[in-house]
Design a protein around this ligand. Structure first.
Ligand code: GMT
Length: 373
């Protein structure tokens, strides 16, 4: 049996939860023993695997506490699992609060462990600017045995914002590129969604937070559908859902925009799509771009965070400035109307994801880091 790794993550829907869970499942295939320590079962952890264990964190809720002390319960659970299961490594996804909890657990546990922290973005871009948390996040990063960030942009931003001395290695996010299941009957799905065979499909998938700028997606679509027969799939749910819905009504687009809510089978959705939009204000990586690329769907992305590291501008989609819906629309119209150019970019998207973001390649990077520490 190989090393024993504890993975601490936010298990609910979200890129970091997906990455942490997929990492655990791949490591288990490489004969590591994996222990997820979290509040609920990671949502992608569906298969039965004798190398994978899940330890639930119970949060104490006594009347004396105004807020249940989740972080302390988590630290205590991590320490308990380290000693009981004899873990070698804790891999914390997010510095805040997971790395801090892992470091506290390391001090509490009798068995010595190494702490690896992966930065996914939100703890740095949102919490890092809060002066009351800066020192805590810096501590979590500096005291970890190794730190990774999901993009060069996030690494540079973290170093600058928090004045970090420690080396931060960039390990991009990944996707399985060789185990792709055949998509469901795309024509049938389109018929059921009332998408005509001569219509193009644009798609946006996110958690509808303000930073995702879903309204820009709708404004781009509004311009595109004036010259090209197109439908827009809006997939996901979150705080901006209501406003997005209202904007669609105001622009009279209700027959052309399909709100799909949260969906699991992203692969089926991309199989019927021609163009993906991720035009966020902040985005440390943009995992959904990989899901689009593997299905041969080019993306229009904003010039922010890690997005330009994923989309090769003019080759696998286009990079436009945040909020520049005019240019985004022009690029979208170009791609959707020039069939040979779309085909070229579609093929290049599949090739790029296999070359740079393939799971096996990236998992090896993590394994090397585990052995280094
Ligand atoms: O984008 C979100 O709001 C969710 C967040 C998360 O915690 O999953 O995503 C972050 O981590 C992903 C996985 O590394 C990245 O692909 C996303 O770009 C990043 N989100 C932001 O930076 C806003």
């Amino acid at each position: 049996m190989n090393k024993k790794i504890g993975i601490v993550c936010y298990p609910t829907v979200g890129g970091s939860g997906v990455v942490a869970t997929e990492l655990g499942m791949h490591l288990s295939d490489h004969d590591y023993e994996i222990h997820f320590i979290s509040q609920t079962m990671p949502f992608r952890l569906k298969r039965l695997d004798p190398n994978i264990f899940f330890h639930e964190v119970d949060v104490a809720n006594y009347p004396v506490f105004k807020h249940p002390p989740y972080d302390l319960s988590l630290a205590s659970k991590i320490a308990e699992v380290i000693d009981r299961e004899q873990l070698d490594i804790i891999h914390a996804h997010y510095a805040m609060p997971h790395a801090i909890c892992a470091l506290l657990a390391k001090q509490m546990a009798k068995k010595d462990v190494r702490v690896i922290t992966t930065l996914h973005g939100t703890d740095i871009t949102v919490l890092g600017i809060d002066p009351s948390l800066t020192n805590l996040i810096r501590f979590g990063i500096e005291e970890s045995d190794a730190v990774t960030a999901v993009s060069y942009s996030l690494r540079d931003q973290t170093k600058k914002l928090l004045n970090i001395q420690k080396e931060i290695q960039v390990v991009h996010n990944f996707i399985d590129t060789d185990k792709l299941e055949e998509p469901s009957d795309t024509d049938k799905l389109k018929r059921r969604l009332n998408i005509q065979s001569d219509e193009k499909v644009m798609i946006h998938i996110s958690n509808f937070r303000k930073v995702k700028r879903v309204q820009d997606v709708i404004h781009v679509f509004h311009r595109v559908q004036q010259s090209i027969k197109t439908k827009l799939l809006l997939v996901g749910d979150g705080p901006e859902y209501g406003d997005a819905y209202q904007l669609v009504q105001n622009l009279g687009l209700q027959d052309k925009v399909i709100f799909m809510g949260r969906q699991d089978n992203i692969h089926d959705l991309f199989a019927m799509s021609d163009l993906n939009l991720l035009v966020s204000e902040k985005e440390s990586f943009g995992l959904v771009l990989l899901e689009a690329m593997i299905s041969g769907v080019p993306s229009i992305g904003s010039n922010t965070g890690g997005i330009p590291e994923v989309i090769d501008d003019g080759e696998t989609g286009y990079i436009c400035e945040v909020g520049d819906v005019e240019t985004m629309s022009k690029r979208a119209i170009h791609l959707l109307s020039e069939e040979s150019e779309w085909k070229r970019q579609s093929l290049l998207s599949k090739a790029r994801v296999k070359e740079l973001f393939d799971a096996e390649q990236i998992i090896k990077r993590y394994e090397n880091i585990y052995y280094e520490v």
